[in-house]
Write a protein that binds this ligand. Sequence first.
Ligand SMILES: [Zn+2]
Length: 287
Amino acid sequence: MAEKVLVMVGAHPDDESFGTGGTLAYYVQRGVKAYYICGTRGEVGEVPEEMMKGYSSVAQLRTYELECAAKVLGLTEVIFLGYRDSGMAGSPDNKHPRALAAAKLDEVAGIITHHLRLLKPQVVITFDPVGGYHHPDHIMIHNAAVKAFHAAGDPAQYPEQGVPYKPQKLYFHVFPHNWMKFMVRMWKFFGRDVHHFGKNKDIDLWAMLQDEFPVNAVLKLDKAAVETGEKASACHASQLGGAGSGTRRGLRQYLNLLLGHKDTFMRGYPPVNGKKKEKDLFEGVKV
Ligand SMILES: [Zn+2]
């Protein structure tokens, strides 16, 4: 029997859980095979000294955390693209020879094409065009995943990367704008630096407000999916500050609270026609 397959393409260990953990859990719990293609091992994430005990590098620790999250979410496999975390925009890590953000788009897209042809997903998820919060690695992954999505079914593109296979739908995970506005105002009011937000101080919430993308699909998550997503996020302990301290987990929890457990997506393919919002990313998919 043919099976439903979902692939999330992200940049770091934690992107799968912090953004789309609930969605991945939701589909796995409904028998869908889910994979995470991860650009880097999060080499330059800041990790508290005491958490490094027993690990030789940040990459090793964060790989371990991702394995934990993948197990919780029930992912079939995590695939690493082998690039290096580029850190925040403008940091020296951007220029490292293996930095994901400095790689050639064509090369990254070629490797993703290879994996899409192997895994044969009907549905592919990645970041929105600004990578959610302008992280240079996220933007690279968005561009490369879009290119790979369209190349995968085209025998003329990347002929060395396997047998052509055409995925059916492409989605970009987006944070709902209205709630973002509300939260950023609230955080600003409480004196938080909304330009350097999160554990690695790399989230410019203010800039995020300037980007607005349409929401074409709203996935309502049930309790089991939400809880599994939160449990997976908890695996990334090195990237979480104290509870409720306005970290990415904080952001996620506020969103959960405010949105009544929904994940929102913009559809990249097929082109959107009309205003009706989809309720299921696999709507209309032929298996
Ligand atoms: Zn990331």
